[in-house]
Design a protein around this ligand. Structure first.
Ligand code: 5AD
Ligand code: SF4
Length: 438
């Protein structure tokens, strides 16, 4: 039997797509290889949001090319956002690549690989105009009690730093009936937590006559689904009905990942985020007033073109003012073809490095303060398995999406109550209360 290996870069949408890619390859009769060194079909599901994943991919493809010289029947396929950004240039840049496909064309992968994954259409390129939801494809689910569910594809925003709209195309919503049917099936198969995925979940539904708040309420009504998460919302579209749905739906978790990007209104304007610092802060207030115990995480970029020391300090004070529970922090990376890449006032690398270090420190302090507030409380934890830190400990996540390492006796997929005894900036630690599932 020929065997495949999928390497995934980037965001949760790619993780979701990779499960579909694996499902398709298994339908073609391939088995999963434990490592790329044992595989006949190598798939790279790529990301191009910053320069770093591009460089990493180059190294992986170098290794794969070397192996292919010894095993010429190997097939190398490159999918995802980097592939879409490069299109057929990928075959000149990396002659070892047989098949390339964009994020919307996974459903065609089978045609290019052929039964058994022999690579029948070498040099094939998937055309993005035929975009389809990968969600309709077979799935290879890694964790039987958690699942990603795609609700839309593409993005209609024009953030000046971001390559995603160029590679993922205009936003298209998936029909609510299809989404609910998928979630119903997942629940029957034992899934208890779903994460709804879209580039901007809060603009979901405009093209299918519904909205995100209605979708949340409908998913909440699905029997067996006990936790609903979503990522990512855009602050500009986070409206009252969604806040109300979050507050009123028992299964919707008390957590929002709300990308701020910068605390400076001037920089936000140049980023074309269409909200100001004050509007973001007011939204946070409104959300916290409406949703008790809400955890907030965010994305932040330092070194956007023209960012001054004062602008950067506005980001630091915004982190302190909001008191984020966590943040992904990024150094601005110019992406060819975006508006910001052509801006004249690019920030020097050493300034960017200095700012990211200072930002990470302030983010960690805020997160540590927020986590310390959980000590002494009892949290509902969805068990994910043994802890990575100690053999005898279990690991899971709270509704607020914080990782907890704890002593107890439970199986992956159980919902248990854990008393929190200590906290760091990224994790909580504690002990399971009674061994009774909640
Ligand atoms: N440089 C750095 N970070 C970026 N992001 C998007 N584009 C860039 C870029 N060019 C970040 C944003 C976004 C997250 C997914 O990646 O913070 O929310
Ligand atoms: Fe990377 Fe963005 Fe594509 Fe996700 S959508 S894989 S973050 S470029």
């Amino acid at each position: 039997m020929r065997r495949y290996h999928v390497t995934t870069f980037g965001c949760q949408m790619n993780a979701h797509d990779s499960e579909r890619i694996k499902g398709m390859l298994e339908e073609l009769g391939l088995g999963e290889a434990a490592s790329p060194d044992d595989a006949d079909v190598l798939v790279f599901n790529t990301c191009t949001i910053r320069e770093k994943p591009d460089t990493k991919l180059a190294a992986y493809l170098g290794d794969a090319g070397a192996r292919k010289r010894e095993h010429p029947d190997m097939v190398i396929a490159v999918g995802g956002c980097y592939a879409e950004a490069q299109r057929d240039r990928i075959f000149t840049r990396y002659p070892q690549v047989d098949v390339a496909f964009g994020p919307g064309t996974i459903s065609h992968l089978g045609e290019w690989l052929g039964a058994g994954g022999e690579g029948v259409a070498r040099g094939a390129w998937g055309i993005a105009e035929e975009r389809r939801f990968a969600a309709t494809l077979p799935m290879h689910n890694e964790r039987r009690f958690q699942a990603w569910v795609q609700i839309s594809m593409g993005c209609n925003s024009v953030c000046s730093y971001c390559i995603v709209p160029a590679v993922r195309g205009r936003e298209v919503s998936r029909r609510p009936g299809e989404i609910l049917a998928e979630i119903g099936g997942l629940a029957e198969a034992g899934v208890r937590e779903v994460t709804l995925l879209g580039q901007n979940v809060n603009s979901y539904g405009r093209d299918v006559e519904t909205d995100f708040a209605e979708l949340l309420r409908a998913v909440d009504a699905v029997d067996g689904i006990e936790r609903i998460r979503f990522t990512s919302p855009h602050p500009k579209d986070f409206r009252r009905p969604v806040i109300e749905a979050m507050a009123e739906c028992a299964a919707v978790c008390e957590h929002a990942h709300l990308p701020l990007q910068s605390g400076s209104t001037r920089v936000l304007k140049a980023m074309r985020r269409t909200y100001s610092r004050d509007r973001y802060l007011r939204l946070v207030e409104e959300m916290r007033a409406g949703i008790p115990d809400l955890a907030l995480t965010t994305d932040l970029i330092v070194g956007f073109p023209g960012e001054t020391e004062d602008d950067f300090r506005d980001t630091l004070t915004a982190v302190e003012e909001v008191g984020f529970d966590g943040a992904f922090t990024f150094v601005y990376s110019p992406r060819a073809g975006t508006e910001a890449a052509a801006m004249p006032e690019q920030v020097r690398d050493e300034v960017k490095r200095d700012r990211i270090e200072r930002l990470v420190e302030v983010v960690q302090q805020a997160a540590a303060r927020r986590n310390a507030e959980r000590v002494g409380r009892v949290e509902e934890v969805l068990v994910e398995g043994p802890s990575r830190t100690g053999e005898s400990l279990l690991r899971g996540r709270t509704r607020r999406n914080t990782t907890v390492n704890f002593t107890g006796d439970a199986q992956a997929g159980d919902l248990v109550e854990v008393r929190i005894d200590s906290a760091t900036s990224t994790t909580l630690a504690g002990a399971q209360c009674a061994a009774v599932a909640v």
